[in-house]
Design a binder for this molecule. Structure first.
Ligand code: NDP
Length: 484
C-alpha cells in the first residue's frame, strides 16, 4: 500500500521542501519495504521554523492577543479534524511504526481526547490573589512561555507529539514539532489539522529531521523558550545540558524499567492479562512497560504458566494483512539491540521460559518472539536496563518488604503496577514506591486528565493533566501599592 499523505515541512503556514532538498526514506517494519519519502529539515530549516514560531508568539500577535475561549475553539477544531482523519492516521502509523491498527487507533483516540481536554483549559488559566502585608493588591498572571519545541520518539510518534502540543497551544504558546526520523509521517497530520482549523501562520510548525542535526539545532536555538522531549535517558541528559546554555526550561519524559508486582491475594487471571498487556503491547517498545514481573514465591509457577501461555498464544503481525496482536520492532537495528539483550540474559544465567528469538514463520518484518525470562535476579542486565522490546524478566519475592525493595532498586522510576485484593497492601505499596505512576489492578493505564512522568532517571516534569499546565505557563507577579 502506497503512502499519499503529506511529505513536506510545514513552516509558517506553508508546505515546503527542505532548503537543501534532503529527504528521509521510511521503511515499513512489517514488510521491510520503503513506505514513504519525506523532506528532512536542515539546521537552516529549523532556524526558519523557530523564527516563524517566535513571530507568532510575540505579545501583539494574533495568537497572543486572541481571546482564550477562541484559542480553546481552535484546539477543539483541531481535535475534530484529527478525528475526521483518524482512520488514515492510524493506517499510516501502522505502516510507519509497525504497531497494529488497533494500537494505532488507541493512540489517535488518545490525541483527540487530549486536544479536547486542553481546549477546555484555554480559558481557565487563572492566577491568584495573594495576601501580603500593608495596603497592597498582589496577584499573579499565568503567561505563556513563548516558543515551545517538541521532540518526539518513534514508539508512539503521533500520541506523544500530541501529548505535549495540546497543553502548549492551549496555554497560548507556539510550537515547533520534530518527530523521529524513523517515524516522521503522522506528525505531518498535525500540520494538516492546524491548516484545516485555520490556526494563524507560525503557531504550529512541523519539521521532520534527524535528531543529530534538526533536533540539536532546535534545542540550542536561543529563541526557543521550552523543550518538551520524550525519548531515551541518554539523549535526554544531552538535551538538558544543551538547553542549559540558553537557560531554556525542559520537560523530559525518559525511560523506565517498570515493576509489575503480583501478590498472592491477587486475581491471578486479571494479573496475568495485565502483565501480558504491560510488556507485549506495542512490541514492548514502551517507556512504561511492566518489564519486570515481581511475583510472590507461592504463586510464581502459576503466574509464569499463565503469562507464558498468553505469550505463546499472541498472534504476530502488523495487523494490516492479518489479525496480529503484536507487531514487529520498529527497525532492523532495534531488533538487533533487543536480541543482544536476550543473549546477555542467557549468558548471565536467566532461563528462557518462552520465546528468545526470531519467529520461524516470519520471513519478512522485524518480528521478535514474545519472550519471558525466569530465574532473574535484580542485578542482571535484563533487570536493570531498558530493553524496549517484548522481553519480560520474572523476579521472585517472598514478602512485601522484599517486593518494595526490589521494585525501588532501579535507576528509573516511571510506572509500577500492583496486583492485590488487600486494600491496605494496595495503598501502602503505592505510597512506598519511588515511581511517578502507580496502577493498581490494571496495567498500564493513563488518561489525558492524569499526570504522566517519572522519578529519578525517568525524567523531569510532567505531561498531561493539570500538571502540564504548570509546564507550559509562567507566573508573573504583580504588586500594587494602594495609596489611601
Ligand atoms: P531517542 O532518545 O533516540 O530519540 C528521541 C527523539 O530525540 C527523536 O526525535 C530523535 O531524533 C531526537 N534526538 C536524538 N538525538 C538528539 C539530539 N542530539 N538533539 C535533539 N534531539 C535528538 O529515543 P527513541 O526515539 O529511541 O525512543 C525510545 C526512548 O523513548 C526509550 O528510552 C523510551 O523509554 C523513551 N520514551 C519515554 C516515554 C515517556 O513518556 N517517559 C514515552 C515513550 C518513549 P531521531 O530519531 O531523528 O534521531
Amino acid at each position: 500500500m502506497s503512502y499519499d499523505g503529506p511529505t513536506e515541512l510545514y513552516i509558517d503556514g506553508e508546505w515546503t521542501a527542505a532548503e537543501n532538498g534532503e529527504t528521509i526514506e521510511t521503511v515499513d517494519p512489517a514488510t521491510e519495504e520503503t513506505y514513504a519519502t519525506v523532506a528532512c529539515a536542515s539546521a537552516e530549516d529549523v532556524t526558519h521554523a523557530v523564527a516563524a514560531a517566535d513571530a507568532a508568539a510575540e505579545r501583539g500577535s494574533e495568537w497572543r492577543t486572541m481571546s482564550p475561549s477562541d484559542r480553546g475553539a481552535y484546539l477543539r477544531t483541531m481535535a475534530d479534524e484529527i478525528e475526521a482523519m483518524a482512520d488514515e492516521i492510524g493506517l499510516v502509523e501502522s505502516h510507519d511504526n509497525g504497531k497494529t491498527p488497533f494500537e494505532a487507533s488507541l493512540d489517535v483516540d488518545m490525541v483527540v481526547d487530549t486536544f479536547r481536554y486542553y481546549a477546555g483549559w484555554a480559558d481557565k488559566l487563572t492566577g491568584e490573589t495573594i495576601p501580603v502585608p500593608g495596603n497592597r493588591l498582589d496577584y499573579t498572571l499565568q503567561e505563556p512561555l513563548g516558543v515551545t519545541a517538541h521532540i518526539a520518539p518513534w514508539n508512539y510518534p503521533f500520541q506523544l507529539a500530541g501529548r505535549s502540543l495540546a497543553p502548549a497551544l492551549a496555554c497560548g504558546n507556539t510550537a515547533v514539532l520534530k518527530p523521529s526520523n524513523t517515524t516522521p509521517l503522522t506528525a505531518l497530520y498535525y500540520a494538516k489539522a492546524a491548516e484545516a482549523a485555520g490556526l494563524p501562520d507560525g503557531v504550529l510548525n512541523v519539521i521532520p529531521g534527524r535528531g543529530s542535526e534538526a533536533g540539536s539545532a532546535l534545542v540550542s536555538d536561543p529563541a526557543v523558550d521550552h523543550v518538551a522531549f520524550t525519548g531515551s535517558t541518554g539523549v535526554g541528559k544531552h538535551i538538558m545540558s544543551e538547553a542549559a546554555d540558553n537557560v531554556t526550561g525542559v520537560t523530559l519524559e525518559l525511560g523506565g524499567k517498570g515493576p509489575n508486582m503480583v501478590f498472592p491475594d491477587a486475581d491471578l487471571e486479571a494479573a496475568s492479562k495485565g502483565v501480558h498487556y504491560g510488556i507485549f503491547m506495542n512490541c514492548g517498545q514502551m517507556c512504561w512497560a511492566g518489564s519486570r514481573l515481581l511475583v510472590h514465591e507461592d504463586i510464581h509457577d502459576e503466574v509464569v504458566e499463565r503469562v507464558v501461555n498468553r505469550a505463546e498464544a499472541t498472534p504476530l503481525g502488523s495487523g494490516i494483512d492479518d489479525d496480529g496482536r503484536m507487531g514487529p520492532a520498529v527497525s532492523e537495528s532495534h531488533r538487533e539491540e533487543v536480541l543482544d539483550y536476550i543473549q546477555t540474559g542467557i549468558e548471565e544465567g536467566a532461563t528462557v521460559a518462552t520465546g528468545g528469538g526470531i519467529p520461524e514463520d516470519k520471513e519478512r518484518g522485524y518480528f521478535i518472539e514474545p519472550t519471558v525470562f525466569t530465574d532473574v535476579t535484580n542485578d542482571m542486565t535484563i533487570a536493570r536496563e531498558e530493553i524496549f522490546g517484548p522481553v519480560l524478566s520474572v523476579i521472585e519475592f517472598s514478602d512485601d518488604e522484599e517486593a518494595i525493595e526490589i521494585a525501588n532498586d532501579s535507576p528509573f522510576g516511571l510506572s509500577a503496577g500492583v496486583w492485590t485484593n488487600n486494600i491496605n497492601r494496595a495503598h501502602d505499596t503505592a505510597a512506598r514506591l519511588d515511581y511517578g505512576m502507580v496502577s493498581i489492578n490494571e496495567y498500564p493505564q493513563t488518561f489525558p486528565q492524569t499526570p504522566f512522568g517519572g522519578f529519578k532517571e525517568s525524567g523531569v516534569g510532567r505531561e498531561q493533566g493539570t500538571e502540564a499546565i504548570k509546564e507550559y505557563t509562567q507566573a508573573k507577579n504583580v504588586n500594587v501599592n494602594i495609596d489611601r
